[in-house]
Design a protein around this ligand. Structure first.
Ligand code: HEM
Length: 445
């Protein structure tokens, strides 16, 4: 009896660690539910009202993280059924589609969530730029530019994660999209061919490539995303919360009220001989902050359910394609890279031209130089942005009008090229309006 009781007590204790009071009756209970709970303890006990608003961050970073979670869960189940060998890969995906119960849904949800994640991470970057959330504001010990750079790396890893997954069904779509994608990358001077060789495990896409892409896709790249994401979140907290909080902090500075030193990391302080503290940007906590439980937890649950619902509905509407098995001897015309690299494929086409018998290599300009400049500019931008701190966390701050214009023009340029490459290119990469029919040709892309 005694032993039974203690097992029940232990179970209750474990359950208590995993759940929390949904509607805390007091501030004390609200605070406790955050700090005592295993899942919630990485949130602050209180958050600013502004950062909870729907139309500051649009919760795009949170949605990216939820999509990553959906991908991890569905991907784990897919691993039970998928076989990474050129003889069996296609057949195992076909089994998933037509034989395994709800296999089509599992595969479809994974695929849609991967597409959505690429798009949402990109939109998250656009919102961070337009709100100047990569700038330091009023509090000490901030380093938002570093978090922006971590973000740029996260975007690149997300693209690569999606690209490596693209090959796995081993159908014509997968095979040729990866062929086009890796051909673009091989145009890099000096190291291009070598990089392609290392990535493919040879000169052509075959078994070595499949197993490399599989290991990168299922193990290394998700781990890198997880590690970078954890650092990303830690930095958000260390920087005093979302950048919109700094607006209020600056307003208070004008009132000449000193910020409070809210948290001391005493052990760290003892070892380094100083008291390391985080100065919250806010003084008047009652005015600017609310309890995370239930204000943040409820919104988080809502965003999670909405993301899952949208991804599921899209899975029903857009069935994941599966073409004929990969065939290196039959090249589809046109052969297209995955949609998020089509702007590069388009750029390669428009920068390839001849002057007096001399051909300009579009693959180098469009595939390497332009994207290289864009990534370098993205990394360095926070250090060149000299706009005043009051524009931090403000949508379309007037002091940053010119920067926002330049950024939006680049975004527009990428979007237009993506649309042209996706919808308006036909056989031999010729231009066709949607209402124009293509000449008799296998219509595969
Ligand atoms: C896997 C990709 C990513 C995930 C899961 C992620 C997740 C998040 C989350 C959850 C937040 C908190 C607030 C919010 O929802 O906006 C955030 C904030 C932030 N993210 Fe990301 N992020 C990713 C990629 C990026 C990228 C590509 C950039 C920029 C290049 C970026 C830069 C930032 C910055 C600077 C903040 C602080 C924003 C502020 O203070 O207002 N992140 N991220």
């Amino acid at each position: 009896m005694q032993a039974k009781q203690s097992i029940r007590e232990k179970a209750n204790w474990a359950w208590g660690k995993a759940i929390w009071t949904w509607l805390p009756a007091s501030d004390r209970e609200a605070g406790d539910s955050i700090v005592r709970n295993f899942l919630l303890h990485w949130f602050p006990a209180k958050v600013s009202r502004e950062s909870l608003s729907w139309n500051y961050s649009f919760w795009l970073g949170t949605i990216s993280a939820i999509l990553f979670l959906i991908l991890t869960v569905t991907g784990t189940f897919l691993m039970f059924l998928y076989v990474p060998s050129v003889e069996r890969a296609y057949l195992s995906v076909k089994d998933l589609e037509y034989t395994v119960s709800f296999g089509w849904f599992l595969r479809g949800l994974h695929r849609i969530s991967a597409h959505l994640m690429v798009a949402v991470v990109f939109l998250h970057m656009v919102r961070v730029f337009l709100t100047a959330a990569y700038k330091n504001g009023a509090a000490v010990n901030q380093n938002r530019p570093v978090n922006w750079i971590v973000g740029v790396v996260l975007l690149l890893v997300t693209l690569f994660l999606s690209f490596t997954g693209y090959l796995l069904p081993w159908d014509q779509l997968a095979y040729w999209a990866i062929t086009v994608g890796t051909n673009i990358a091989s145009a890099a001077p000096v190291a291009g061919e070598w990089m392609r060789f290392i990535l493919l495990g040879g000169n052509t896409i075959e078994q070595n490539t499949l197993i490399r892409f599989y290991v990168l896709h299922c193990f290394f790249l998700p781990l890198i995303v997880l590690a970078l994401f954890s650092y990303h979140m830690w930095r958000v907290r260390k920087d005093g919360g979302l950048a919109c909080v700094d607006k209020e902090a600056l307003a208070q500075k004008k009132e000449k009220v000193a910020p409070i030193k809210s948290k001391t990391y005493s052990l760290l302080g003892i070892t380094s001989g100083v008291t390391v503290h985080v100065e919250t940007s806010l003084v008047d906590e009652d005015k600017h902050t609310v309890q995370s439980s239930p204000n943040l937890t409820r919104r988080l649950l809502l965003v999670t359910l909405a993301t899952l619902a949208v991804a599921s509905i899209l899975t029903f509407i857009f069935h994941a394609p599966l073409e004929e098995p990969a065939n290196p001897a039959i090249t589809p015309n046109p052969a297209k890279a995955p949609w998020y690299f089509l702007w590069l494929q388009e750029l390669v086409t428009i920068t390839t031209f001849s002057i007096g018998g001399f051909t300009i290599n579009g693959a180098l300009i469009g595939g390497i130089i332009v994207p290289g400049i864009l990534v370098a500019a993205a990394i360095l931008w926070p250090y060149f942005d000299k706009s005043p701190a009051r524009s931090t966390g403000v949508w379309f701050a007037k002091e940053r009008r010119r920067q926002n214009m330049i950024f939006l023009l680049v975004v527009l340029f990428i979007l237009v090229l993506t649309i042209v490459g996706t919808f308006l290119r036909g056989p031999y990469w010729n231009f066709y309006w949607p209402w124009e029919s293509w000449p008799e040709m296998p219509r595969k892309f």
